[in-house]
Design a protein around this ligand. Sequence first.
Ligand code: FES
Length: 136
Amino acid sequence: MIVVAIIMRLTYDCMCNHCDCNDKRPFHPLPMENPVKAPICKLQDIPAVGVKAVTFFGREYLVYRAGGEPRAVLNACMHLGGPLERKGDRFVCPWHGASFACSSGVRESGPKGTHDRLLPLPTRSENGELVYVYGE
Ligand code: FES
């Protein structure tokens, strides 16, 4: 069974943290009967370089642009939960040096934690705002 799961993981291109589907988008939600949607921040407040920290449902997220596209990730390193700092096109954790690609959230170097990828918010740009969308 483990071999099958590994082969499935290598065969498909899904880059999200919660399924083995063949979706090519780096971050995508699973369909739900009652989708959730909530504004995160205004698009004009997201810097072209760097990050904007926002509190969303009690957690701190970093909103940023990668390739011009707005994104949001939980401000927590996947090793032991350290804070993230953006350095160029990477997020770096000052605690033990892990680094993650801004474009995909994938760990590029440093100690491995519970996940190999940062935890993104599924988002969409809508009416001048970055909006959290889940389950559509
Ligand atoms: S907590 Fe981030 S590298 Fe250890």
